[in-house]
Design a protein around this ligand. Structure first.
Ligand SMILES: Nc1ncnc2c1ncn2[C@@H]1O[C@H](COP(=O)(O)OP(=O)(O)O)[C@@H](O)[C@H]1O
Ligand SMILES: [Mg+2]
Length: 252
């Protein structure tokens, strides 16, 4: 699914990501954990095309994507939540979903005036899909609500809804549980599992260990820009190096 080899990214003299390699197998929900500053977000940003790697390679479904622009990677079906612009506060939930660009499937820019009917049909299809996605996430009854009136957790669900509008194959989630109340968190986890059963894979950064341990297998652990280990929840829970990394400063 995703193959990362010897990835390096420096900021000034600091190696934020230092020679990281791993392979995401298809049909997995992979967790990515590590203390603050470990390099998790920087790694995400390179995979999503936000940062260009200093060196190393990234391949998605067998094609090299290292250094491609974010929209090109998006078109390949690999989507990171915040790649899609933030929701418009003064637009409704439904409108926000309908605004997400569809992945390019050979669209032509003159569609607008040559084939108005097709455009109308397309718009209807997008609207229908938006309703489906919102219903699936339990946001159906809020479709007419302005995005600014949603709670923090509902905003997270809207973010996920918008990602799903692009029909991704692999989703990078950066802290889906942050600021979400426990009840809604359960809904989110449940929906992620169901999406996974429908064929979408995930790479998830999350600080909530319960969430990571129950949702993800395998789990990657980063510390100081490096990949410390990869293992099952059980292995990660029982590896003393993980605790050391979180406590900080204890030499391995
Ligand atoms: N744009 C940037 N410019 C300079 N330093 C950065 C930048 N982004 C991240 N860093 C640094 O790189 C290191 C890794 O950061 P980050 O990837 O955000 O870690 P994490 O997401 O694991 O908390 C940190 O020391 C951070 O300060
Ligand atoms: Mg981060």
């Amino acid at each position: 699914m995703l193959e990362v080899r010897a990835l390096v990214k420096e900021f000034g003299g600091l190696r934020a990501v230092d020679d990281v390699s791993f392979t995401l197998r298809a049909n997995t929900i992979t967790g990515l954990i590590g203390p603050n500053g470990a390099g998790k977000t920087t790694l995400f940003n390179m995979i999503a095309g936000v940062h260009r790697p200093d060196s190393g390679t990234i391949a998605f479904l067998g094609r090299s994507i290292g250094g491609l622009a974010p929209h090109r990677i998006f078109d390949e079906g690999l989507v990171r939540t915040f790649q899609i612009p933030r929701p418009f506060a003064a637009m409704t939930v439904l409108e926000n979903c309908m605004l997400v660009p569809q992945r390019q499937a050979g669209e032509k820019f003159w569609n607008n005036w040559v084939a108005r009917r097709r455009v109308r049909e397309q718009e209807r299809a997008v609207r229908e899909r938006a309703r489906e996605v919102l219903d699936f996430l339990g946001l159906g009854r809020l479709s007419g609500e302005f995005a600014r009136n949603l709670s923090g957790g509902q905003q997270k669900l809207l973010e996920l809804a918008r990602v799903l509008m692009s029909e991704p194959r692999l989703i990078l989630l950066d802290e889906p549980g942050a600021g979400v109340n426990p009840a809604l968190l359960e809904t989110i986890v449940d929906r992620l599992r169901e999406l996974h059963e429908r064929g979408i894979d995930f790479l998830v950064i999350e600080h909530n260990m319960d969430l990571i341990m129950s949702l993800c297998d395998p789990i990657l652990v980063m510390a100081n820009g490096r990949l410390l280990l990869e293992g099952s929840p059980e292995q990660v829970r029982n590896d003393p190096r993980v605790l050391e990394a979180y406590l900080g400063g204890v030499p391995a």
